[in-house]
Design a protein around this ligand. Structure first.
Ligand code: NAD
Length: 281
């Protein structure tokens, strides 16, 4: 079994981004800028935004966080996004999810300029990604693809089972894998017999939010397992969706939680923001 070290890979990506940022600053006087819109006081959202801001600082980006109360109106959020769309110092705009219930997330995402949509959630970018055109791709699935590339895992013709079909994880993951000629099965909460799908797959990618959902008997010998889930359990520690202890001995490769997909997601946000900044050239 080989561990896919997302933390080390993310560090490598960030070092190379940092070098490019220095060059952009010196040669073109461009400092990539990211604006984060954070609504309410959900502790997890605050922690994620803090990590993103720190990562921006580490690679030399300019970053600002708009912290808004959860009583804010949809129109006020839209006005802030429009201001960011017009701000030449801002290359990327990210709205931290989840949003309060009175806000229509789809409406909010639609307002972001697709050229600044570094989260890759705008329908325009999703459509371009599905048709294999240049686009901003959602950071978590993009991070998983980067892992496959770094570990030279060939996807052509592989049977891949994705567990979880959300717009930000499972669906874009499926499109990216199809673009690499994998045979993709997408499963979700209503799938009748999950094990019958996972146990046949060469690669299982899980992003669900249920600790220990994927057990030893659901994975075939020599499979590759990518665990996207992040769950805080009672003792305060973070675990994924895979029963790592029992599943890992059967795997050819597996990602740990923490230290797997999580750091790659942040690295891909930085990569997307750099790409957006290069769009100024
Ligand atoms: P979501 O709630 O939007 O979607 C969950 C998906 O899992 C749905 O498609 C649902 O049908 C499916 N599902 C739920 N229970 C299931 C079950 N018992 N069996 C099969 N399918 C089931 O969640 P999301 O935003 O896609 O996030 C999923 C997980 O990934 C969470 O743990 C989240 O914290 C994590 N996540 C991690 C990163 C990262 O950077 N590593 C990024 C995004 C999300």
């Amino acid at each position: 079994m080989q561990l896919i070290d997302g933390k080390a890979l993310a560090q490598k990506v960030q070092t190379s981004i940092n070098a490019e940022v220095e060059q952009l600053k010196q040669e073109k006087n461009i400092v990539p800028g990211l604006a984060v819109i954070l609504i309410g006081d959900d502790p997890a959202s605050h922690a994620y935004v803090k990590m993103k801001a720190k990562a921006c600082e580490n690679v030399g980006f300019y970053s600002i966080t708009h912290n808004m109360p959860d009583t804010i109106s949809q129109n006020e959020i839209i006005a802030t996004i429009k201001m960011m769309n017009d701000n030449p110092r801002i290359d990327g705009i990210l709205v931290q999810f989840p949003l309060p219930k009175h806000i229509d997330s789809d409406k909010i995402l639609e307002v972001i300029d697709p050229k600044k949509d570094v989260d890759g959630f705008h329908a325009c970018n999703i459509g371009r990604m599905v048709t294999n055109l240049d686009s901003f791709v959602a950071c978590t699935p993009l991070g998983v693809m980067k892992m496959f590339e770094a570990y030279e895992i060939d996807l052509k013709g592989k049977d891949v089972c994705i567990v979880g079909a959300s717009n930000i994880v499972g669906k874009p993951m499926a499109a990216l894998l199809l673009n690499q000629d994998a045979t993709v099965t997408v499963t979700h909460i209503h799938t009748k017999d999950l094990k019958s799908h996972t146990s046949k797959a060469d690669i299982v990618i899980v992003g669900v939010g249920v600790p220990g959902l994927i057990k030893e008997d659901m994975i075939k010998e020599g499979a590759i397992v990518i665990d996207i889930g992040i769950n805080r359990i009672e003792d305060g520690s973070l675990v994924g969706d895979v029963d790592f202890e029992n599943v890992s001995p059967k795997c050819a490769y597996i990602t740990p939680v923490p230290g797997g997909v999580g750091p790659m997601t942040i690295a891909m946000l930085l990569q997307n923001t750099l790409k957006a900044a290069k769009g100024r050239l």
